[in-house]
Design a protein around this ligand. Structure first.
Ligand SMILES: [Zn+2]
Length: 157
């Protein structure tokens, strides 16, 4: 049997633990708000990559036909694949390339923020307690309803 002091200490720890749970949720909720704000402020973004290419034009008399010549360029090319289809765009060196570089970078930030949002949400879901149902009938009705939902056979098409 624990002594009175031990029981008191146990209760104090339990209270402290109960108090710390909503604080953790609140912290995560704040983090979630911050992530949404960053998403909203992100600006334009696009997927894909920008590559630098040197190209041989194929004309026999051109300088690029000589051995050791890197080819014409550098040429800056943005490209991505969507649904198995490749998309590409030539970018002019200067503001056009700078704009596309920022948009592609922003897409990476977008993906990172989305991953973080999912992680934060998952943590919130794990920490947030379910509602407590005191009413026996209400609780039984809920259990029956859930069992029905989960045991239902998958529909055939
Ligand atoms: Zn050439």
């Amino acid at each position: 049997m624990p002594t009175a002091i031990e029981r008191l200490e146990q209760r104090r720890i339990a209270q402290k633990w109960r108090k710390s749970v909503p604080t953790a949720i609140e912290r995560l909720e704040q983090r979630r708000i911050a992530l949404y704000q960053r998403l909203q402020a992100l600006g334009d973004f696009r997927p894909g990559t920008i590559s630098v290419n040197f190209r041989k034009c194929g004309k026999k008399r051109c300088a690029c036909a000589r051995p050791g010549h890197p080819g014409h360029g550098p040429q800056y090319l943005w490209n991505t694949t969507r649904g198995g289809q490749s998309q590409a765009q030539n970018l002019r060196l200067g503001p056009e390339l700078e704009k596309a570089r920022r948009e592609v970078e922003n897409h990476q930030v977008f993906l990172r923020l989305c991953r973080e949002l999912v992680e934060v949400n998952e943590k919130i879901c794990r920490l947030r307690p379910a509602v407590h149902i005191r009413d026996e009938k209400e609780l039984e009705a809920l259990k029956k309803k859930l069992q029905k939902q989960f045991l239902r056979r998958p529909r055939r098409r």
